[in-house]
Design a protein around this ligand. Structure first.
Ligand code: 13P
Length: 346
């Protein structure tokens, strides 16, 4: 493993004003997204959609890394260039989702993540396609009895094993512990659970001797459950999230890139922006790695129709730009109603 290789990847992925796009939906998830605009999911429609997003003019001004799904590695843009190669050509670092989805612990709603077997060999294969970083997602369900200590421990151990294997192969690991937003729980509960989860993840990363300076954390925000009454406002989400991260995340970690986890695009941008206007010192770079919150407007504008191709790209770029502004605390709500060309930053 070369430390230089990992450090140079980190340099490409931690860039002021930019964030990471998650475009790594599995075939099953992609089918769900396409069904929402009445498009049948085939290898070709998935390619067309990824082409729209990944070739959107100016994407490289706001996005410095893209997480891809295995199928996309060998697909091509409309101009016949392999997607990872296209991204490298425009200065965006290609990465890959390497977990193989979730499985249930017997007799429980809780889940662990599959994919450790043969991970090293798969990483070598993905490297040949130009991938320089990876992602592994673990999930935590909040109910009256969960997450249990057992699930918190097992997921932390697997995240750490994955991160170690990645670094041994010169791949930067994105470690993604997602406390799910589903449920009626309060922000208080989410706060406690997130802190516990992160403490365990960092304890295991330490045990496995994972180099934190070559690791990226992709956490969920501290937020009220989606079905909770009296949900916490933007200010509280930003403050609580920062409090937990400061308590649990060592300062050697270069970057924290949030997932959107079922927040609306607007909420996800507003929360990130508020974290940057609190006036607090942040020991790490704080940015985004959204999937739905970056892609939903583009999907809705495109609707699978050739004549909407430009509108889809514009919608994607607008959302990417708003999130870029949020990483600098320069986003305001009225920008939502402005045309992309008119988005003037004060
Ligand atoms: P969302 O932003 O839609 O939560 O997706 C992020 C992601 O990569 C999930 O693994």
């Amino acid at each position: 493993m070369s430390m230089e290789e990992l450090k140079s990847t980190i340099k490409g992925m931690v860039v002021v004003g930019k964030g990471i796009l998650a475009a790594d939906e599995s075939a099953k998830t992609a089918a769900k997204r396409l069904a929402s605009i009445n498009v049948e999911s085939t290898e070709e429609t998935r390619r067309q959609y990824r082409n729209l997003i990944l070739t959107a003019p100016g994407i490289e001004n706001y996005i410095c890394g893209v997480i891809l799904f295995e199928e996309t590695l060998s697909q091509k843009t409309d101009n016949g260039i392999l997607f990872p190669e296209h991204l490298s050509n425009i200065g965006v670092v290609p990465g890959i989702k390497v977990d193989e989805g979730l499985a249930e612990f017997e007799g429980s709603v809780e889940q662990y993540t599959k994919g450790l077997d043969g991970l090293g060999e798969r990483l070598e294969k993905y490297k040949k396609f130009g991938c320089r970083f990876a992602k592994w997602r673990a999930v935590y369900h909040i109910t009256e009895n969960t997450p249990t200590e057992m699930a918190i421990k097992r997921n932390a151990q697997d995240l750490a094993k994955y991160a170690k294997i990645c670094q041994q192969h010169g791949i930067v690991p994105i470690v993604e512990p997602e406390v799910l937003i589903d449920g009626t729980h309060s922000i208080d509960t989410c706060h406690k659970v997130t802190e516990k989860v992160l403490n365990e993840v960092f304890a295991e990363l330490k045990k496995q001797d994972v180099m934190l300076e070559c690791t990226i954390l992709k956490p969920s925000m501290v937020i009220s459950g989606k079905e909770a009454g009296n949900r916490a406002n933007v200010d509280e989400v930003a403050k609580r999230t920062m409090k937990v991260l400061k308590a649990a995340v060592p300062s050697q970690l270069p970057s924290i890139n949030f997932l959107s986890g079922g927040q609306t695009p607007q909420e996800a941008t507003a929360h990130l922006n508020r974290m940057h206007t609190l006036g607090e010192h942040l020991p790490w770079y704080v940015s985004f790695s959204y999937a739905r919150a970056l892609q939903d407007p583009a999907l809705k504008a495109w609707k699978g129709k050739e004549e909407n191709f430009n509108a889809g790209q514009q919608a994607f770029i607008k959302r990417a730009k708003l999130n870029s502004l949020a990483t600098m605390g320069k986003y305001t709500e009225d920008m939502e109603n402005q045309d992309l060309d008119m988005l003037i930053v004060q």
